[in-house]
Ligand binder design. Structure first.
Ligand SMILES: O=P(O)(O)OC[C@H]1O[C@H](OP(=O)(O)OP(=O)(O)O)[C@H](O)[C@@H]1O
Ligand SMILES: O=c1cc[nH]c(=O)[nH]1
Ligand SMILES: [Mg+2]
Length: 209
C-alpha cells in the first residue's frame, strides 16, 4: 500500500482547526467538512486521466478535457454524508453509491446496516468518503463490499486518519490509496483518534438517542 497522501495547505489547516475545536457549533462544523472535502477530493483526483475534447469558445476553437473514467463516489453513512454534496460538486458527473455502517463502541467492530452500490465496479475508480479512519474496521468493511462487486481502483478519502487505521487497511487491502487532510497521532483506549475531533457523526448530525 502506498503511504497515505496528506494535503498540506494552510487552508486545510485552518479548517481542521475549526473541526477540532470543541466549541465549534454543528452548522459551522458541517460547513468546514464540506470545504475540507472539496480540497481532499481535489487532491484525490490529481492523477485522473482526461480525454481531449474539441470545444468552441466565443473567440476560437480549442481543446478541452473531460474525465476519461469518472469515479463512483461512496459516502459511508452517517458521517460521510456530510462529504457527499461537496465531493459531488467537484465531480458532477459521478454516480453515487451508499454504505451504512456504525461502529459498535464496545467492541469497535463495524455493524453494517445498508448498502446501495452499482453491481459491477470493475475498472471504475471508486472514492470512498468517510471523515474518520480510526481502527479502519468501517473502511475495510466498505472496501470488502466494493471488492465483491469487482472494484479494483479504490481510494479512501478521509479528513482525519489514525496510523492504526492506515496500517490495517494496508494489510486488508494493499492496493487501496488513502488521501487525508491529516494523519493524527494515535487512537485512545476508546478507539477515538487523538487529537482528532470527537465523533464526526454526532458533531454533524447530533448524538443518537
Ligand atoms: O475506523 P473505525 O474504527 O471503524 O471508525 C471510523 C468510523 O466511525 C465513524 O462512524 P460511526 O461508527 O461513529 O457512525 P456514524 O457515522 O453514524 O456516527 C466514522 O465516520 C467511521 O465510519
Ligand atoms: O475519533 C473517532 C473515531 C471513530 N469515529 C469518529 O467519529 N471519531
Ligand atoms: Mg459516529
Amino acid at each position: 500500500m502506498p503511504e497515505p497522501r496528506v494535503v498540506r495547505h494552510p487552508l486545510v489547516d485552518i479548517r481542521l482547526t475549526t473541526l477540532r475545536d470543541e466549541r465549534t457549533d454543528r452548522a459551522t462544523f458541517r460547513a468546514a467538512v464540506r470545504e475540507l472535502t472539496a480540497m481532499v477530493v481535489y487532491e484525490a483526483m490529481r492523477d485522473a486521466p482526461t480525454t481531449p475534447t474539441e470545444i468552441t469558445t466565443p473567440v476560437a476553437t480549442t481543446t478541452g478535457a473531460v474525465l476519461a473514467n469518472p469515479p463512483v463516489l461512496v459516502p459511508v453513512l452517517r458521517a460521510g454524508l456530510g462529504m457527499a454534496e461537496a465531493a459531488h460538486a467537484q465531480v458532477p458527473g459521478a454516480v453515487m453509491g451508499f454504505v451504512g455502517v456504525a461502529r459498535d463502541e464496545e467492541t469497535l467492530r463495524p455493524t453494517p446496516y445498508m448498502a446501495s452500490l452499482p453491481a459491477d465496479l470493475a475498472g471504475i475508480p471508486v472514492l470512498v468518503l468517510d471523515p474518520m479512519l480510526a481502527t479502519g474496521g468501517s473502511m475495510a468493511h466498505t472496501i470488502d463490499l466494493l471488492a465483491e462487486r469487482g472494484a479494483d481502483d479504490v481510494t479512501a478519502v478521509c479528513l482525519v486518519a489514525a496510523p492504526e487505521g492506515v496500517a490495517r487497511l494496508g494489510e486488508a487491502h494493499p492496493s487501496v490509496e488513502v488521501v487525508a487532510a491529516v494523519v493524527d497521532e494515535r487512537l485512545d483506549e476508546r478507539g477515538y483518534i487523538v487529537p482528532g475531533l470527537g465523533d464526526a457523526g454526532d458533531r454533524q448530525f447530533g448524538a443518537m438517542p
